[in-house]
Design a protein around this ligand. Structure first.
Ligand code: SAM
Length: 306
């Protein structure tokens, strides 16, 4: 039995037991592991950090995808940045309005690894005729995209360090805004934990607000991350927090091939309820707008605990 100790910040974390590491490969970018855990079932780790687990993953993937896809008036063209395990792509493709979903993932090995060892997460999404898989850097892909290319952009990125660091900046968010089609376009991303990393939470919020006039937040406990997690929905005019439970119900019926396991009408309202810890986090003294000239987050730490 081995313990995965996940550091949420330099002073606290959580652990879970794994019975064995089933597969471990080193790609050009990172160490990719699939482990069997007693608490969460199969777990995918990148450089020792938990990315996705079978148990409870819908709390993360549905909360990140469904508000953007329900709130946009007609989400037909969608871009997924990162998300190599296929969970976000799976959720996007449950929407019948989608004609084309492009996923740009840096590390091909994460995709092939996830397909082979964790097919439950993508559930066939990689083989959907509407899916277009691009292997490459998400920022470079967005920068070469023509204006107004997508209705919804969803970023499922590793924490802000290493190859993902430059995808959390004001300049990158401005590029995302440029490729969104119209003011109603929606950019969705995770916002870190307002409890475990209040400074990082404040940085992401402040940086999004520098670029988008409407930024809404949702919150839920994500077991595989061991803490309260946040989701950001940024747009010119689309307010993802404004849907009523009745709206959510009728839109899910009209647009989705299957009902969500977690993000149902009542849950939808609950996850958009104001979170006191997030309100407090916005006053964190280290919270600042992240720019290309200084991409390192003020509370960055080595999750491996060096
Ligand atoms: N849900 C997880 C989280 O919140 O930590 C992220 C899951 S997903 C596996 C993260 C993916 O982002 C990884 O497959 C990683 O290879 C990819 N990634 C990291 N940097 C990237 C970049 N610059 N462009 C595209 N994908 C990137």
């Amino acid at each position: 039995m081995k313990k995965i100790i996940e550091r949420l910040n330099p002073h606290c974390g959580f652990y879970y037991d794994i019975t064995k590491v089933l597969v471990r490969v080193r790609s050009a970018w990172q160490t990719i592991e699939l482990a069997e855990s007693l608490e969460f079932g199969k777990v995918l780790l990148l450089d020792g950090i938990t990315q996705v687990a079978l148990k409870g993953e819908e709390r993360y993937h549905e909360s990140l995808v469904i508000p953007a896809m329900l709130s946009h008036p007609d989400p037909q063209r969608v871009l997924v940045i990162g998300g190599g395990d296929g969970g976000v792509l799976r959720e996007v493709l449950t929407f019948g309005t989608v004609r084309n979903a492009v996923m740009v993932e840096l590390d091909e090995t994460v995709i092939s690894f996830s397909k082979q060892y964790m097919p439950e997460i993508s559930a066939g999404a990689f083989d959907d005729p509407r899916a277009e898989i691009v292997v490459g850097d998400g920022r470079a892909y967005v920068e070469q995209c023509p204006d107004t290319s997508f209705d919804v952009v969803i970023m499922d990125m590793t924490d802000p360090f290493g190859p993902s660091e430059k995808l959390y900046t004001r300049e990158f968010f401005a590029q995302v805004k440029r490729i969104l089609r119209g003011a109603e376009g929606v950019f969705a991303m995770h916002g870190e934990s307002p409890i475990a990393r209040p400074a990082a939470y404040a940085c992401i919020e402040k940086t999004l607000r520098k670029v988008f006039s409407c930024v809404k937040s949702a919150f839920t406990y994500v077991p595989m991350y061991g803490t309260l997690w946040s989701f950001k929905f940024a747009s010119g005019t689309t307010d993802c927090a404004s849907l009523s439970a009745k709206d959510v119900g009728s839109l899910l019926n009209a647009r989705c091939e299957r009902m969500p396991k977690y993000c149902m009408p009542q849950t939808y309202k609950a996850i958009f309820a104001p979170e006191p810890a997030a309100i407090e986090a916005l006053f964190h003294p280290k919270g600042r707008v992240i720019e290309d000239r200084r991409t390192r987050f003020p509370d960055a730490f080595d999750p491996q605990g060096a």
